[in-house]
Design a protein. Structure first.
Length: 447
């Protein structure tokens, strides 16, 4: 924009003044932003100061005859505080009871340590628990420095490579039984933080590689470094499946085919083929009838209302119906389930309900090997029913006669206000039972 004035030279002067004016505003704005930034930086870099006071933190606790260290662990899960103590002193107190409520942390610790010889002290975000003996007061500092154990979380880190030393990107690292895991990065590195001290099983797996499971122990505050080298293998596409009367690689089969290997069969303590399939093959329904000697009902291609829905069993190339219970599971080498119509076309209408191809074990080169497998089980009733003794049964029968308005009389219990138990009841071939008292020759042949 340009302004023209009658006086000579006024245009340039005005523009020059505007530039100075805008520069002043820009300088002021820059100074303001710089001041705000410095203030924020001072707040971020400020000294952390005092940690949170124990009276300001609340925890919810309930203990019923539980160890004292269990209470400390629950407090650590609910707060940012960590406990430091001598294990020998804490393990003495294994029966602590505290009613369920929300307590200030200061109050909760006082109640937990009320009937003990322990005391506590807050140091930053640590709570130091020590034995408050008058004789040991002079040695408190040395005892805390030498014997206290700080329960700090550990870290597991390392690198995953293949047999060529190349990083395995995306490999899964999992602590078995614990909800903690991670995946390897672009360089194969991994790290699992916040691991509680203890013993774990670490599993490393990746597609196209064999799994590795290693037992590890994480100490207090330890940074455990582990490196893994995965071996190629475990590729399901190289698995051999039986289709019809031939064997093919699974990568060459385009239909719906599932395979159960010999290892899975050997680990199944069952007596029929249907129980081996249960829960292991997608799309296959197995229903155990539950009766003694009853076989499982196997359905591969759904249920129909007409005709037989059982699949066709092919054992070493021999077709049979009802083969679910005709072969010993210990003789099975592998099981292949053919679910796709294109795969079962070789068998025609017989394979309309699906086909289960069973390959049995054959002789192998090598020294003879004897295997013995046994399974044992027992059953125990949870609760036995209460049984009546003879007198209780007689009283119940007498009450039945009375409530029914019948005469309280019986050839076994006599006639009277209360039943009288006979000494002996002897079965005869004719004429019913004989009621005799003690000492009668009919009851004692020696008389």
């Amino acid at each position: 924009m340009e302004f023209l004035f009658p006086a000579k030279g006024m245009t340039c002067s005005f523009l020059y003044t505007c530039r100075i004016h805008y520069k002043a505003w820009i300088m002021r704005l820059t100074c303001l932003l710089l001041a705000i930034g410095c203030t924020g930086l001072q707040l971020l870099m400020a000294h952390p100061g005092h940690s949170q006071d124990l009276t300001e933190v609340r925890v919810t606790l309930e203990l019923k005859n539980e160890p004292l260290k269990m209470a400390f662990a629950r407090i650590e899960r609910q707060t940012d505080f960590r406990f430091a103590y001598n294990r020998g002193q804490i393990d003495r107190y294994k029966s602590i009871t505290l009613a369920r409520a929300s307590y200030p942390l200061q109050k909760a610790l006082e109640l937990l340590l009320a009937n003990t010889r322990l005391s506590f002290k807050q140091v930053s975000n640590k709570i130091i628990v020590f034995q408050a003996d008058d004789t040991a007061a002079n040695h408190a500092n040395s005892e805390l420095a030498a014997a206290l154990v700080v329960m700090a979380d550990g870290t597991i880190k390392g690198k995953i490579t293949n047999d060529k030393g190349e990083p395995v990107v995306g490999a899964s690292v999992l602590l078995v039984g614990v909800d903690k895991g991670t995946a390897a990065g672009l360089g194969g590195e991994f790290a699992i933080v916040g691991v509680k001290p203890g013993k774990y099983k670490l599993q490393v797996s990746a597609i196209g590689f064999q799994n590795i499971v290693r037992d590890i122990t994480v100490a207090d505050g330890q940074a455990l470094e582990l490196n893994f080298q995965l071996k190629a293998g475990g590729n399901a596409m190289d698995e051999v499946v039986v289709t019809g009367y031939s064997r093919q690689s699974k990568r060459d089969v385009t239909g719906a085919v599932s395979t159960i290997s010999a290892d899975v069969v050997n680990q199944s303590p069952v007596t029929d083929v249907g129980s081996i399939l249960q829960g292991r093959v997608a799309g296959v329904s197995v229903d155990n009838q539950g009766g003694p000697g009853a076989t499982a009902v196997v359905r591969i291609r759904g249920f129909g209302t007409n005709g037989n829905n059982d699949p066709l069993y092919v054992v070493d190339g021999v077709q049979m119906r009802g083969g679910n219970n005709l072969i010993n599971p210990n003789d099975i080498e592998s099981i292949t389930i053919l679910k796709d119509p294109s795969i079962t076309s070789l068998y025609g209408a017989e394979g309309g309900n699906g086909v289960i191809v069973i390959t049995t074990k054959t002789g192998k080169i090598g020294t003879p090997k004897l295997e013995y497998t046994s399974y044992a089980s027992w059953e125990k009733p949870i609760k036995y029913p209460g049984m009546l003794n003879p007198q209780q049964y007689a009283d119940a029968y007498w009450g039945y006669l009375k409530n029914s308005g019948l005469a309280q009389s019986s050839p076994w219990y006599g006639s009277g206000a209360s039943p009288v138990l006979p000494d002996y009841i002897i079965a005869r071939q004719s004429g019913g039972q004989l009621i005799v008292p003690a000492g009668d020759p009919a009851a004692d042949p020696s008389l």
